[in-house]
Design a protein around this ligand. Structure first.
Ligand code: 5GP
Length: 138
């Protein structure tokens, strides 16, 4: 399937929609997920246009993984999580809901089940605070 440039993440990348931004450089944007599955759920979005991993430029993938690692470590430090899940979905049957490549960094807390995917809206004040704290640790 072709990349649709009207997807919500493309709009956020263009600055047409707001986000709780953690970090941005020429290759990627990092923001808090507004429907967090756990406290500290963060998204890393390569700027290069692709629906997902399957049609991504390998060079874009190579560039983004070190940033995914940095974000995972920063999120773990800020949230004091016991572990970090890395998730990335390809096409709707696999759970993808936004069709611009992104990586989920989702903290895991001992004894706490993973929340539902893209359901409860996070609190904006808490998301803004987390974004600033993660940014400071990157
Ligand atoms: P996917 O299922 O495509 O891998 O994940 C899309 C993610 O984007 C979901 O976790 C969902 O909560 C999140 N999301 C959807 N719309 C928005 C939005 O407008 N802003 C932010 N920050 N996250 C979003």
């Amino acid at each position: 399937m072709a990349y649709d440039p009207t997807n919500i993440f493309a709009k956020i990348l263009k600055g047409e929609m707001p986000c709780h931004k953690v970090y941005e450089d020429e290759t990627a944007l990092v923001m808090m997920d507004i429907f967090p599955q756990a406290k500290g759920h963060t998204l890393i979005i390569p700027k290069a246009a692709s629906r997902n991993l399957l049609d991504a430029d390998p060079a874009a993938l190579s560039a983004v993984i070190p940033l995914v690692q940095r974000v995972a470590n920063a999120v773990k430090t800020v949230t004091n999580a016991d572990g970090i899940r890395l998730a990335q979905f390809n096409e709707a049957p696999a759970g993808q809901t936004v069709f611009h490549l992104h990586f989920h960094v989702i903290p895991a807390y001992e004894g706490q089940a993973l929340g539902a995917h893209a359901s409860g809206r996070g609190d904006d004040a808490e998301l803004a605070t987390l974004a600033a704290e993660v940014a400071a640790k990157l």
